[in-house]
Design a protein around this ligand. Structure first.
Ligand SMILES: Cc1ncc(C[n+]2csc(CCOP(=O)(O)OP(=O)(O)O)c2C)c(N)n1
Length: 807
């Protein structure tokens, strides 16, 4: 076959060299395709539960991987297996290990069997939870399933490069950066571009001017729903044209398009685009059109149900691998024989990897299955229920369910039916069961929080120190004094938020610090809570120490999705492979009206397992929590008390050093009749009520829990309850919110029910939002009179004579 001369060599100097590259790429594309085909079979034959694959996107992803360098980061979604293989982030064998949910991290390093297939992550941390050298690796932040959510942290991954480039003090962090030359690569499906967070992320990137790219794999559908229902004009790059970069404003992004089956066009597009992004920090969109999805969306359905005959025909013709093969043949980049061999080899290789992955996955399970059958068999020998036990053993042996669930069920069934028997053999089974439970707890429950030496729970307490000359200041000034020291001490700390830069936040906790430390350390942002948090997650993943501000607690809901779906489960879903130690700073509880005085702590704590939640009653304690978290490698939410910025506090001499331990309630005053458990602004309301209760000889023990997550790890409240035998959980959340959470912990988790002489009570706000004005607040939230009435009622119930009815 004759060589054609029209083709570009895509930067290679000789045709032969180029041919070698093209053949290698063809091989990889075929391997990835075979992984998709075989993966689907594995699900349909019952060896895996669910499969979602990257077929149809192979060539575009190979092109993208060519410009992805060490130190760069990907934030993508489940279609990116070819990119992961091409970049060396994952292997075919690991891909199958994840499909089977192999919990062995050696086999499935992305999530240790916790995430479904196609959810990629490389291990940024070593076994001790310490950062590896990210500049020696191709990095991918851990994927999540909610569509477009990957866009949020993508902003932060790219923003870190801006900080690393602009802040000279960070240039020595050579394990994280080469002076900010790293690019953040996002990927997304065309339909997911309809999500609000896609637009929020793009707008943020175009304002911030960060090296962020978004590749859109456009196959014309979102599951069954075609583009005309998803995107205006059915063309996302057309819609985005107003964002086209222009030199005059210096803002916007570059917009490229290419066809998903055109190898040369794709390679040229990425080479040109990424060079500009990397050098000039101009963001870019790569709209990859005419992409196919040969096997349909996932193993849950078949695309014949919703794609027309014509579309299905077109997809066959324009399959990127078929088109690449045609192009290679037409340009003497391979012969039919050569390409047939590559295709066959790819199939064989993938089959071999699949078998090895299955073997690695199933061997330990089979061994456990066998061990249990042996023990059960022994029990059967002396048991009156031997027939039933032998049947359980046989069923276990024959079971086609390749999992530990069937082992657990069989074991417990034997223990149940032999409950009246006792023998050493039965004890052996109980022992085996305990170990099995421990192992599975390790497999499935580890790393919700950091297990490293830098865990926030290991930060030692440093108490505030005062002397006779200690100044009395507004709370905001106490906080400001702390932040000043923190910014001076650690160049990795930066803060972003609405009105946080020039103004120093709406309550001036950071006033004057931008002038002192510069605009990159303390920065105003647009009004976009989700990406404010995303900026923090991404930058924290790259070794920085962000403090991201949500102006009011009431607006946290805009960012709640990303905190719960991404940040809170990051360590968990990577089984300790990644961490994002950032602080989300906000202010809340009592102030004024429906959207400035909420305290939705129940919603927060139930979504935030994996993120610590600190609820300081004053700014000294807030500073102590900031310091504790900054010393740790974990994320936390710190809710400053809105009505305490202008209350007077003594400034500790060691304000920069104090550390408040997490999960340790503080006993604020001792009493004998009842314990009040509360936090935040309610502490002062409770104090007010206590004065009134003292007048009628009711002695109250007051406890400030200080943090909701973790909650009272040393059971301090239980000790108080043992003394008072009555307890009231007080807060300004809705009924059944955080007050119920506190009660559950004390009464149920810690066994407090044993020490109760009266019904444990919760006093919360009304179920509606707090109304505006003094009276709106007074009648919507618990006040001192309510507390008095509640507690007096409890005392009346226990001793009506001593405490006759008042109301
Ligand atoms: C927030 C959210 N809504 C719905 C889904 C269910 N879902 C999963 S994939 C998908 C379609 C995505 O289509 P597209 O973005 O075009 O990507 P593709 O799968 O076609 O590559 C939907 C609706 C989800 N995962 N997350």
């Amino acid at each position: 076959m004759k060589k054609q001369t029209k083709i570009s060599l895509n930067g290679k100097t000789t045709f032969e060299e180029y041919k070698k590259q093209v053949l290698a790429d063809y091989k990889l594309a075929n391997e990835s395709r075979q992984a998709s085909l075989l993966g689907r079979k594995e699900v349909l034959t019952g060896k895996a539960k669910f499969g979602i694959f990257g077929d149809g996107k192979e060539i575009a992803q190979i092109a993208m991987a060519k410009v992805f360098q060490n130190g760069d980061f990907r934030s993508g979604y489940y279609r990116d297996q070819t990119f992961a293989f091409a970049a060396g982030i994952s292997t075919v064998k690991e891909f199958f290990a994840q499909l089977y949910a192999d919990t062995n991290l050696k086999n499935e390093p992305a999530s240790g069997g916790r995430s479904m297939n196609g959810h990629f992550a490389n291990r940024l941390l070593d076994d001790k939870g310490e950062w590896k050298n990210l500049m020696k690796m191709k990095n991918t932040s851990a994927d999540i399933s909610p569509t477009a959510s990957q866009m949020i942290r993508l902003v932060g991954l790219a923003y870190a490069s801006k900080l690393y480039r602009g802040l000279k003090d960070l240039h020595s962090m050579t394990e994280f950066t080469d002076k900010g030359n790293e690019v953040a690569f996002g990927t997304i499906g065309n339909a997911s571009c309809a999500e609000g967070m896609f637009f929020e992320a793009l707008n943020a990137a175009a304002v911030l001017m960060i090296p962020m790219t978004v590749s859109i794999w456009d196959d014309g559908y979102g599951i069954s729903v075609p583009s005309k229902y998803q995107i205006a004009k059915e063309n996302i790059s057309e819609v985005l044209k107003g964002y086209d970069y222009d030199e005059e404003s210096g803002q916007g992004f570059l917009i490229y398009t290419a066809k998903g089956w055109d190898y040369q066009e794709l390679i040229s597009m990425y080479e040109e685009g990424i060079k500009i992004v990397r050098e000039k920090h101009i963001p870019a969109i790569f709209h990859v059109k005419e992409v196919t999805q040969p096997q349909g969306h996932s193993t849950s359905g078949s695309h014949e149900r919703y794609k027309s005959k014509e579309r299905l025909e077109w997809e066959k013709d324009y399959c990127c691998i078929i088109q690449m093969r045609k192009w290679m043949l037409a340009n003497a980049l391979g012969t039919d024989e050569e390409l047939d061999i590559i295709e066959k080899d790819a199939k064989d290789y993938v089959k071999k990897m699949q078998l090895e992955a299955w073997d690695d996955y199933i061997k330990p399970i089979k061994k456990e299955n066998e061990d249990v059958r042996n023990i059960i068999g022994n029990i059967a020998k002396d048991s009156s229920r031997s027939e039933e036990i032998n049947k359980i053993s046989d069923d276990l042996k024959k079971s086609l369910d390749y999992n530990r669930k069937v082992i657990s069920e069989a074991m417990d069934e034997v223990l149940r039916i032999t409950r009246d028997e006792s023998s050493e053999k039965r004890d052996a089974l109980k022992g085996w069961r305990n170990k099995f439970k421990e192992d599975n707890s390790r497999r499935y429950d580890s790393h919700l929080y950091s297990e490293s030496k830098n865990s926030a729970l290991k930060v030692a307490e440093v108490k505030p120190v005062y002397n006779d000359d200690s100044k009395v200041q507004d709370g905001r000034e106490v906080l400001n004094a702390f932040f000043d020291i923190a910014f001076k001490r650690d160049p990795r700390i930066f803060a972003i938020g609405e009105d946080l830069g020039k103004l120093g936040d709406v309550n001036q906790g950071m006033a004057g610090l931008q002038a002192k430390y510069g605009e990159l350390r303390l920065t105003d942002t647009g009004i976009r809570e989700a990406t404010i948090v995303g900026q923090g997650i991404g930058a924290a993943l790259r070794g920085l120490k962000p403090i991201v501000e949500i102006q009011y607690l009431d607006y946290l809901f805009y960012a709640m999705q990303i905190i719960t779906d991404d940040l809170a489960c990051l360590q968990y879903r990577t089984a300790g492979g990644q961490k994002a130690p950032l602080i989300i700073r906000t202010r809340g509880h009592r102030l004024e009206g429906i959207w400035h005085s909420g305290s939705p702590m129940g919603s927060v704590i139930n979504c935030f397992r994996g993120v610590y939640v600190c609820v300081p009653r004053d700014m000294t304690r807030a500073a102590g929590f900031y310091n504790t978290i900054l010393k740790s490698d974990e994320p936390a939410l710190i809710v400053e008390r809105l009505n305490a910025y202008r209350l007077k506090e003594k400034l500790p001499e060691n304000i920069g050093e104090i550390c408040i331990p997490l999960g340790v309630p503080e006993l604020l005053s001792e009493g004998t009749d009842i314990t009040i458990v509360t936090y935040g602004a309610c502490v002062d309301i409770a104090r007010d009520a206590m004065t009134k209760l003292n007048e009628v000889n009711i002695s109250v023990e007051l406890i400030d829990v200080q943090t909701l997550i973790p909650f009272d790890i040393n059971k301090i409240i239980l000790e108080s309850l043992k003394k008072t035998n009555r307890i009231l959980f007080l807060d300004e959340d809705v009924p059944g919110g955080a007050s119920a959470f506190m009660m559950q912990n004390v009464v149920d988790r810690d066994g407090g029910y044993r020490y109760l002489d009266s019904q444990p009570r919760c006093l919360a706000a009304k179920p509606h939002r707090p109304a505006y004005g003094t009276d709106g607040d007074y009648f919507s939230k618990p006040n001192a009179e309510d507390i008095f009435e509640e507690i007096y009622g409890m005392m009346h119930e226990s001793d009506p004579q001593k405490y006759p009815l008042i109301f």
